[in-house]
Design a protein around this ligand. Sequence first.
Ligand code: B1M
Length: 210
Amino acid sequence: MSKIEELAAAVTKGKAKLVPNLVNECLAEGTDPVEILNKGMIDAMSIIGEKFKNNEIFVPEMLVAARAMKKGVETLKPSLAGDSSVSIGKYVIGTVAGDLHDIGKNLVAMMIESAGFEVIDLGVDVPKEKFVEAVKNDPEVKIVGLSALLTTTMPAMKDTVEALIEAGCKNQVKIMVGGAPITQEFADEIGADCYTADAASAAQAAKALV
Ligand code: B1M
């Protein structure tokens, strides 16, 4: 088994203590950090998602796999993120109300930060009012990023975009959306300015928006 396969196996089994070492071993072998992220961790989480859908595993197993992946991302962060010493603007990000998924949101935040933004991370299960407040309280915020992983929280994303529009925030910020169930069509329907499918393209799109 290759090191990257060992890493993926450790993530799917939720072996959080083994994951940082395996990430470092992959890096020491010269594996590209993006490949480590994609093949060693994101693919592993897709396997977990499939197993959950097929009732082969349940929430606790999903949770330990998520914890293991978080450890891996923390270890990989210095190799993935570039120079963020100069700020090109503030970027507010959060997972919408009712939704506790934050691995993808954290990856987006990390890539956005390495693209040169100062990131204000509101966390998970963020009420629409908190997004509005974050924009209203800081004229330097240029973009708001909303993440949703559940079909059941897509309406909360819509509500948040509506609240930002109603509060007049669209004069100040652009709104970016993403997450597994989100599509370009949905983004257009709710009035978001930008949809991207992954963290790397979110960072590129954010730079293009300012
Ligand atoms: Co959840 N869960 N989960 N879960 N979970 C999914 C999303 C699910 C697809 C699993 C499945 O059934 N196959 C399913 C949703 C089904 C649906 O709505 N259609 C599901 C479910 C049902 C649930 C619960 C309801 C389960 C239950 O309790 N019965 C529950 C809901 C809790 C809640 O939120 N209220 C729940 C709970 C959990 C855990 C807490 C156990 C855990 C999350 C831990 C955490 O995040 N801290 C968890 C996990 C780990 C998953 C899966 C397995 C993995 C998610 C993940 O981290 N992927 C997931 C299955 C799957 O996705 N295949 C699943 C890796 C991550 C890097 O990808 O988050 O997609 P992702 O982010 C990507 C892109 O989407 C994009 O970029 C990221 C990186 O490239 N992106 C953006 C994300 N945000 C963006 C924002 C942008 C741009 C791009 O701009 C701003």
